[in-house]
Ligand binder design. Structure first.
Ligand code: GRF
Length: 217
């Protein structure tokens, strides 16, 4: 079985990247992580990836005069590793419409909320302020707007009495680590495809494959 070559883009801790790397260590997993690329030389996840034997690279946005030059270098680095799909995993640079067009239908992101609720930053504090009872995370194809694009898979977690942003973030992060490998497997195996503005689930995958409910941890 040919495994889909994937580049994972990070900016920091890289715990979602580590979850993808761990899943792809399984020979039957339909994707292979061919590179982990950071836009910050101090991203802690770089050492984690190198420790797992994954090629790493840094494309430091600060070394480029502007976004077009940075993204051209980023695309070159991704292409150099032969990646056919890009997983953004805590990558803290907003990608441009040009980058999205260059990799159309080939970029996934994980966002720590049930989109379309709470795009952007500080999702856990905002969920608490809004008083929602369910919160969670979303894996979606990346479009030019921030935290938008066809939804591949979602996981919901309860908001519990006494939660603060930190306890809620930890519960969501545990769900992220389960959801992202599962969503990547669905895309890499062709069970979820991007068709225009929708992510379409093939009948043999079943709609339940893209939705998860987590028990309180
Ligand atoms: C995750 O919560 C992810 O959803 C968000 O940024 C965080 C990154 O964490 N985009 P990590 O670097 O994967 O540990």
């Amino acid at each position: 079985m040919a495994r889909l070559p994937v580049a994972v883009l990070i900016s920091g801790r890289g715990s979602n990247m580590a979850a993808l790397v761990a899943a792809a260590a399984e020979p039957a997993f339909p994707a292979e992580i061919v590179a982990v690329i950071a836009n910050r030389p101090d991203a802690a996840g770089l050492a984690t990836a190198a420790g797992a034997g994954i090629p790493t690279a840094v494309v430091d946005h600060k070394r480029f005069a502007g976004k077009p030059a940075f993204e051209a270098a980023l695309s070159d680095e991704i292409a150099r590793h032969g990646a056919a799909l890009i997983c953004l995993a805590g990558f803290m640079r907003i990608v441009s419409a040009d980058f999205v067009a260059r990799w159309r239908g080939q970029v996934l992101n994980i966002h720590p909320s049930l989109l379309p609720s709470f795009p952007g930053l500080d999702t856990h504090a905002r969920a608490l302020a809004a008083g929602v009872r369910l919160h969670g995370c979303t894996v979606h194809f990346v479009d030019a707007e921030v935290d938008a694009g066809p939804i591949v898979a979602q996981a919901a977690v309860p908001v519990l009495p006494g939660d603060d942003a930190e306890t809620l973030a930890a519960r969501v992060l545990a769900a992220e680590h389960r959801l992202y490998p599962r969503a990547l497997a669905l895309v890499a195996s062709g069970k979820v495809r991007r068709e225009g503005d929708r992510a379409v689930i093939s009948s043999d995958a079943g709609a339940a494959a893209t939705a998860m409910l987590m028990a309180p941890s």
